[in-house]
Design a protein around this ligand. Structure first.
Ligand code: DGL
Length: 277
């Protein structure tokens, strides 16, 4: 149903308003503010595109919820995006991607849609037989998608998956630069200090905002990998292939929306995006 509607809408827009379609925004979705670590990469490589970022902070965290609940929440938001409409969609949340990306691809086969998954490929291949620690939500670690990813690289690397319930909350509450989060990480990562691992994968989009703190605990010898840049590149490639790159030559706009009634979330979104501009 959604599929047919989308096709008809898209066809009409191409026939009648080809330029308009190229100028539609790209939707970026996360359970909260974490997906801004992916949005910032999108803005870097597609500066003239418009983006609408939706954080579902009211329902966060996703990573400790049942998969079906997260699937429903994610599908509902993609439907709302399509009503705006958008020309492409980034699921900037590893947990939501694990739960919903396969279904969404079936629902909207023509929509340029990109999900994010832990950057296990570059981390497993950057040297011979590295020991790789993957930090992610409990959902990402337990889902089929991650198991398939593990199966692909386990002969190239020794991989440890570590669920980190409680970590995303520090970013979500704007406490990413506090001693509280340092203490949390010291305890969580204690078994992996002192040369036990070669690389760490940030398998949740909230974690890049505490990347320096993770590095401080694990030490400078541990390489850090995060999938934000690869995801942004893939989105650009998909909209390029679909002939949907904007024809504008001026800088695009970023609009933030959030399901939370707490107005400070939007201010936090701006702050996180500007941290890297
Ligand atoms: N940012 C999300 C991810 O990449 C998850 C955080 C959460 O809602 O648990 O997995």
């Amino acid at each position: 149903m959604g599929n047919t509607n989308y096709k008809i809408q898209k066809q009409n827009r191409i026939d009648n308003e080809g330029v308009e379609l190229r100028r539609q925004p790209i939707g970026v979705f996360d359970s909260g503010v974490g997906g801004i670590s992916v949005l910032r990469e999108c803005v870097k490589i597609m500066p003239n595109e418009d983006f609408i970022y939706y954080g579902d902070s009211k329902n966060a965290p996703y990573g400790t919820k049942p998969t079906e609940v997260v699937r429903e929440l994610t599908i509902a938001q993609v439907k709302r995006f399509l009503e705006i409409p958008i020309k492409g969609c980034v699921i900037a949340c590893n947990s939501a991607t694990s739960a919903a990306v396969r279904v969404l691809r079936e629902m909207y086969p023509e929509l340029p849609l990109v999900g994010i998954e832990p950057a296990l490929k570059p981390a497993s291949l950057y040297k011979r037989d590295p020991r790789v620690l993957v930090l992610a939500t409990p959902m990402t670690i337990k889902e089929e998608k991650f198991k398939n990813l593990l199966a692909k690289y386990e002969d190239k690397a020794t991989i440890y998956g570590l669920p980190c319930p409680g970590l995303m909350e520090y970013v979500e509450e704007g406490k990413y630069d506090t001693s509280e989060v340092s203490n949390f990480l010291e305890e969580l990562l204690a078994p992996y200090r002192g040369g036990v691992i070669d690389a760490v994968v940030l398998g949740c989009t909230h974690y890049p905002f505490v990347k320096d703190k993770i590095s401080q605990v694990l030490g400078p010898g541990v390489r850090v990998f995060d999938g934000g840049e690869g995801t942004a590149r893939e989105m650009r490639r998909r909209i390029d292939v679909a002939g949907l790159l904007t024809d504008k030559t001026t800088r695009g706009e970023v609009i933030f929306e959030n399901s939370s009634e707490d107005k400070s979330k939007i201010e936090l979104c701006n702050r996180l995006l500007n941290m890297y501009q």
